[in-house]
Design a protein around this ligand. Structure first.
Ligand code: NAX
Length: 328
């Protein structure tokens, strides 16, 4: 998608992921070297002071393409006329907090943000990063007049994690790994699919002999990677999450190379027998105009089917929770 100027809203802009994302958004890397960028930085009121500091640093980077930054705690101001909404801001999951509590704690943020999106530009696209990302995207979508196909939740980090694991196991560069799909929820039930993935254009199952690893540790490593990073670093993934979110934006903005696909959680249309009406991660492609299409016809084994159903069940439960709470 070629444009001269893009307006991008980033929620939670003073947080860890926002900090890792901002310089790359303004550098020209994401939207190209000829596209100027306006940033709308949304935070909660108590974080506006910290946001001011982040904006000072952004100014000190002296990015030639950055035309304007708006710092605000007003969602309507933040989303007015935007081409992209990067929904990162959410309350973190506290120690001992159940997933259900997190869903109900963060859900109301996304009802308001969904409504405010009605002021966005006609071509607006949204990527939800804040957890529980799939269900938050469903809430935002359900509360907005923006067409459903503009909303996605981030599973690109899971795809990137899977690619990195496969490359390391095969002893090849990560650039050799393509067509890794992530099915389902961005949670520990997700199913990273190696059965349709390629290494150097060949099926992963032909390149990696250790099929027990592909069906076992590979999957659990990707599913548990977020926790492993927290255990090692003492903080949740921020650099990699920011990078994946920007990979997603770039993949949506550019046509997908023929025969390839990438992972994004989008509204299920019943593809692969998955229930309609949930935000479920599928292999997708983008056209020249940022429209996503679910890739059809991948071969799914009984093993894969079972995993896809388990993560679907979790998403249906999450949907029930937010539906009962009147958030949809
Ligand atoms: P931080 O706690 O560092 O930053 C979050 C920021 O959001 C804070 O500055 C907070 O003030 C702000 N915020 C809270 N409510 C807001 C609202 N209503 N409007 C605007 N801003 C608001 O968390 P960070 O590490 O940046 O992570 C952000 C979110 O990403 C979390 O929900 C986290 O769980 C999620 N993640 C999602 C990933 C994914 O792949 N989908 C991976 C990484 C990450 O865990």
């Amino acid at each position: 998608m070629q444009r001269n100027h893009v307006t991008v809203a980033l929620t939670g802009a003073a947080g860890n992921i926002g900090y890792a994302m901002l310089p790359r958004l303004a550098s020209g890397e994401v939207f190209g070297p000829d596209t100027t960028v306006e940033l709308r930085l949304l935070e909660i009121t108590p974080a506006l002071g910290a946001l001011e500091g982040v904006a000072m640093e952004m100014n000190d980077c002296a990015f030639p393409l950055l035309t304007k930054m708006v710092l605000t705690d007003d969602v309507e101001e933040a989303f007015d006329g935007i081409n992209w909404g990067l929904f990162v801001g959410a309350k973190p999951r506290g120690k001992g907090m159940l997933r259900g509590d997190l869903i109900l704690g963060n859900g109301p943020i996304f009802t308001g943000q969904g409504k405010a999106l009605n002021k966005a530009a006609d071509d607006v696209r949204v990527i939800v990063v804040g957890n529980p990302a799939n269900t938050n995207a469903l809430i935002a979508m359900s509360n907005s007049d923006v067409p459903n196909d503009r909303f996605a939740a981030l599973t690109r980090l899971d795809q990137n994690r899977a690619m990195s694991q496969l490359a390391a196991k095969a002893g090849v560069a990560v650039s050799e790994v393509t067509n890794v799909a992530i099915f389902g929820n961005h949670s520990k039930t997700m199913y990273p699919d190696a059965e349709n993935a390629l290494i150097g254009g060949k099926p992963v199952y032909d390149v990696i002999d250790d099929h027990d690893w592909l069906r076992g540790d590979f999957i659990s490593t990707v599913q548990g990677r977020g926790k492993a990073v927290i255990d090692a670093r003492g903080k949740s993934s921020a650099m990699s999450a920011a990078s994946a979110a920007l990979d997603h934006v770039m993949s949506v903005e550019r046509p997908t190379p023929a025969g390839q696909h990438f992972a994004a959680a989008v509204l299920s249309d019943g593809s692969y027998g998955i229930s309609e009406g949930i935000i479920y991660s599928f292999p997708v492609t983008s056209d020249d105009n940022g429209n996503l299409e679910i890739v059809q016809g991948l071969t799914i084994s009984d093993f894969g089917r079972e995993k896809m159903k388990a993560t679907e069940a979790e998403l249906l439960e999450e949907k029930q929770v937010v539906s009962d709470a009147g958030l949809l």
